[in-house]
Design a protein around this ligand. Structure first.
Ligand SMILES: Cc1cc2nc3c(=O)[nH]c(=O)nc-3n(C[C@H](O)[C@H](O)[C@H](O)COP(=O)(O)O)c2cc1C
Length: 190
């Protein structure tokens, strides 16, 4: 069974996008699709990194643990709010501290906002950053408008059937990429 890490990017005390991370966690586990782990950036309380992990002289245990979790996951879902048309500094900080760990990582992007536009403006910049780090961003998106209205605190969506239908399409694409990632290209090129 695949293992999918779900990054919850908002570190705000009153954050709402975490609800969507909880939703995906439950969706994947309850449907026996994958084992999961929510990587909660608020819980990590990372400092503002001044260097990449690879060349840090005394990396702390938490950063090493974070790197290992991204590296070992078969796929990653990033749940990000939109802040002023981009993704939050907490996420940029956590992504830039790594590099090799992102290479070829099947990655799905979930954008969240409290307005009507579902964080779509954050999508492009996040996708570009992931592309620069050679992550493999999936071509399906999952966009959440009016998050507080559409998901409760436990991550239960207002319209479970419609949300599950959208999640199915998104996750199917992520699983396709995860499976493709197991192809032994060395053999193909031999
Ligand atoms: C600094 C900041 C900037 C924001 N900018 C936007 C924005 O550009 N577009 C938008 O739709 N919502 C914006 N929001 C509202 C978020 O969409 C809202 O807080 C939502 O609940 C998701 O973020 P959260 O998980 O931190 O709660 C902003 C919120 C903050 C705190």
């Amino acid at each position: 069974m695949s293992h999918i890490a779900i990054i919850s990017a908002s570190i705000r005390p009153d954050r709402k996008s975490h609800r969507v991370a909880l939703y995906f966690d439950k969706y994947l586990v309850n449907n026996q699709i994958a084992s999961t782990e929510i990587i909660d950036l608020r819980a990590y309380r990372f400092p503002l990194f001044d260097e990449k992990l690879k060349i840090q002289k005394n990396p702390d245990a938490q950063t090493l643990e974070f790197a290992k979790k991204i590296d070992s996951a078969h796929g990653v879902i990033i749940v990000t709010p939109e802040y002023n048309g981009g993704y939050p500094a907490s996420l940029k900080n956590a992504m830039d501290v790594l590099y090799e760990e992102w290479r070829h990582k099947p990655t799905g992007i979930v954008t969240v906002s409290d307005g009507l536009f579902a964080g779509n403006q954050a999508l492009i910049s996040l996708q570009f950053t992931l592309w620069k780090m050679k992550a493999w961003t999936i071509t399906e998106m999952f966009s959440v408008p009016k998050v507080a209205e559409n998901y409760d605190e436990k991550g239960v969506p207002k319209d479970q059937v419609a949300t599950d239908k959208l999640a199915k399409v998104f996750i199917k694409e992520l699983l396709w990429c995860i499976q493709a990632d197991t192809t032994d290209f060395e053999k193909i090129n031999a």
